[in-house]
Write a protein of this length. Structure first.
Length: 218
């Protein structure tokens, strides 16, 4: 997993804890919030793994029931062990497996980010996350005004906060940090939207960033 991907996710979790007055947070405040954010990631990963385990157990029980209730086994003598039966992989089972894969991937990502942040050798993760946050703090008015101006037809105050935070991270990188390729910044923003926000958020975030790139001559 790339360190900067971890940084963006960490920055996103930090922003979710901010109140409106973002300038009041000092470097010391942010360091404390990073520790709390790592705990959030670990707890979230643990919860995701429990959900995944529950889904796996449910899937196992359904398969066992399917086998036991198949006519081949219903006609077997009492006490005889069930034998395996052919089973078509239905869309229901396929959908459940996709859900488990998604949950497991999120849990793994959370654990990876926590590991990145916990290791001294990965100080760059914290540093880049702080770089994003501090650039947003320094340019909050301009960044939020950009989001507002490109969100025509939307009330800025009623936009999903997660979407605004994802855009704040991406715009901070695009306009002020300028260390990462534009495509990477946009792709990572879309992935954050898919993971954390609503079904329509990824296309909304992508559309706003496309306008930023065009209008700002990037």
């Amino acid at each position: 997993m790339q360190a900067r991907r971890a940084s963006r996710e960490l920055a996103f979790i930090l922003l979710s804890q901010f109140e409106k007055n973002v300038e009041k947070y000092s470097k010391e405040n942010l360091d404390e919030m990073i520790v709390k954010s790592i705990r959030v990631l670990l707890n979230s990963a643990s919860d995701d793994l429990r959900v995944s385990l529950g889904a796996l157990n449910d899937m196992k029980n359904r398969i066992d029931d399917y086998e036991a209730e198949h006519e081949i086994n219903l006609n077997r003598p009492m006490g005889a062990s069930n034998i395996s039966v052919p089973m078509v992989m239905t869309s229901d089972f396929s959908g459940r497996i996709d859900e488990m894969i998604d949950v497991a991937e999120k849990a793994l990502l959370g654990l990876e980010i926590a590991e990145f942040c916990a290791l001294d050798s990965q100080q760059e993760v914290k540093d880049y996350a702080l770089n994003i946050i501090q650039n947003y703090q320094n340019h909050q008015a301009n960044i939020d005004e950009i989001i507002k101006s490109y969100s025509k037809g939307w009330d800025f105050d009623r936009l999903v906060k997660m979407d605004k935070d994802i855009l704040r991270i991406a715009i901070s990188e695009l306009l002020y940090i300028k260390e990462t390729p534009i495509k990477v910044v946009c792709d990572e923003a879309v992935e954050l939207a898919k993971k954390y926000s609503t079904d329509d958020s990824s296309s909304f975030v992508n559309g706003i960033l496309a306008k930023v790139i065009t209008e700002k001559g990037l």
